[in-house]
Design a protein around this ligand. Structure first.
Ligand SMILES: [Zn+2]
Length: 531
């Protein structure tokens, strides 16, 4: 184990050193101060491009029920981006997420949740939030954070950086592989200096774009007041990465001297753009309550989600939630119908395909299940989809791909990871039993004995081994017959080989066979498919 850790450490060190050699020192595009960022602009843009889509997926996907609102936010974003100090391929999206949050990935990929839009009162406040995020991208704050992260990784020598992800628990528990990196990038604080820069230069951008800079002050005042209320929605969202403080309010007020108030406030266009979302708020609240109670009271949850759909039939999320509730009630045909409606409204959100794929699987419709699960994996790879897909390709006879899929899903913690590890063991043990049963020969009272250890959490049966002892030119082979091994259990087998001489004795042991005692590898789903 120590060797593994050391080699990872040196690899990461090499990466840092290479990055240092490539980039070196440069001037910050926003502050004009000299700084060290070991990433080129191209690398920043590439990072943003790579993680923008999966990070959106992991945060609820794009908000599509109101295309006009999306257009409006993009328009305000473009106005602010146009006056930024740095040309980047800026993009702005509204996410279908009720948590009050906004974020920027390196390279200018920016998102704002519908939950934050509801907290603001005018276009200048929206411009303040977007300008703040534009500065984070323009001033390379994300790239600086990546640098810190890289150095942190060196210090931690490959320890998993999963901490802090729980704030997005609904979406991210089961994300696989590199898709989670974007969440790490947006879930981290930039540091106080970066926040101050984003606030002050954000006001400069607001002014240049023609907005009333006072909105940056009123917004911070509002955030500070809200932080005292400790609304869970805020604690999970913007406050986690952008803690409000009296100091920020004071700094913004002081910055008004440099970037004086005046310019567009835009209350009316904002009210117009937000009218539909505000009016539909009761539907979103009903859906949130339905989600909260669907495990304990699925009938009541179904009633609530139907009400939400009646109020806002355009919202794909409500139809998807209905599919989830129907699946929990084991009404899989109805679940498929609800997911159909969701996909009709939003054909680019992984959860709908994942849910419909699992429902098809439960109905035994393997072809449709496979198609949907593959699509959900393209949008956002999850352990849930990977495990379910593994069982499907196994049923089709593709053992190698099933192993890969189970192996990927086995990397996550919790129920799904445990189920995937079991699936993987059950499949792999036939091919490589000695990977799972360890053997240790020893001598007692002149007889060669072998201790067997089941390294899995599955009871094993039919465990057969081959023992071969060589001593003084003689070879004594023995085949020891089937034994049961409890989960993580041990057993000692007597070989019947006796040793009384004074020569050296060499004993080789091979595991010939081992089978899971509960051999339900087929369509067994030892976990709830609808978390
Ligand atoms: Zn910030």
């Amino acid at each position: 184990m120590a060797g593994t850790v050391r080699s990872r450490l040196s690899l990461t060190t090499v990466l840092v050193l290479m990055a240092v050699a490539v980039a070196g020192c440069s001037k910050n595009p926003v502050t004009r101060e000299r700084e060290f960022v070991p990433f080129s602009t191209g690398q920043e843009i590439e990072t943003g491009r790579k993680y923008y889509r999966p990070t959106q997926q992991a945060q609820g996907g794009q908000y599509k029920a109101d295309p006009a609102l999306n257009e409006y936010v993009k328009r305000v974003g473009r106005k602010v981006a146009k006056v930024s100090d740095r040309r980047l391929p800026y993009e702005f999206v509204v996410l279908n997420n009720g948590t009050a949050n906004a974020w920027a990935l390196p390279g200018g990929k920016i998102a704002i949740n519908r939950g934050l839009l509801l907290e603001m009162e005018n276009e200048a406040e929206l411009a303040a939030v977007l300008a703040h995020e534009v500065v984070h991208a323009a001033a390379r704050h994300g790239a600086q954070a990546m640098t810190r992260n890289l150095i942190f990784q060196v210090a931690q020598a490959g320890v998993a950086l999963a901490a802090g992800q729980s704030q997005y628990s609904r979406y991210t528990n089961y994300i696989l592989g590199a898709s989670g990196v974007g969440l790490q990038l947006i879930g981290r604080r930039y540091g106080r200096d970066a926040e101050r820069e984003a606030d002050v230069h954000g006001m400069r951008y607001m002014k240049a774009a023609g907005y009333d800079t006072r909105a940056a002050v009123t917004l911070q005042e509002k955030f500070l007041a809200l932080s005292k209320g400790r609304k869970p929605n805020w604690l999970k969202g913007l406050f986690a990465t952008h803690p409000p403080s009296a100091e920020r309010v004071k700094n913004n007020r002081a910055a008004l001297a440099r970037f004086p108030a005046g310019g567009k406030v835009g209350r009316e266009p904002y009210d117009k753009a937000l009218a539909s979302l505000r009016a539909k708020q009761p539907a979103y609240e009903a859906a949130d309550r339905a989600r909260g109670e669907m495990a304990k009271a699925p009938e009541s949850a179904l009633g609530r989600v139907d009400k939400a759909i009646a109020q806002e039939p355009r919202e794909a999320l409500f139809h998807g939630l209905k599919g989830q509730i129907q699946a929990r009630r084991s009404q899989f045909t109805k679940a498929v119908a609800a997911y159909d409606a969701a996909i009709e409204r939003d054909g680019a959100y992984y959860e709908h395909f994942l849910g419909r794929g699992l429902a098809y699987d439960a109905l035994g419709r393997r072809v449709e299940a496979r198609r949907d699960l593959e699509r959900s994996m393209q949008l956002l790879p999850t352990a849930l989809a990977s495990h379910a897909l593994g069982h499907i390709v196994l049923a089709e006879g593709d053992r190698a791909r099933a192993k890969t899929l189970f192996g990927n899903a086995a990397n996550v913690r919790g129920e799904i990871g445990e189920a995937a590890r079991r699936s993987l063991v059950m499949l792999d043990i036939a091919d490589a039993p000695d990977r799972y049963v360890k053997t240790q020969p020893f001598l007692r009272s002149g007889q060669v004995l072998v201790e067997l250890t089941n390294q899995t959490s599955i009871p094993l049966t039919d465990v057969a081994i081959h023992v071969e002892a060589r001593s003084g030119g003689r070879t004594l082979p023995r085949r020891l017959s089937p034994t049961r091994l409890a989960a993580r259990g041990k057993a000692v087998l007597a070989s019947g080989i006796w040793y009384r001489g004074t020569d050296r004795i060499n004993v080789d042991v091979r595991v010939l066979r081992a089978r899971p005692a509960a051999a339900k590898t087929g369509n067994a789903r030892p976990y709830r498919a609808y978390p």
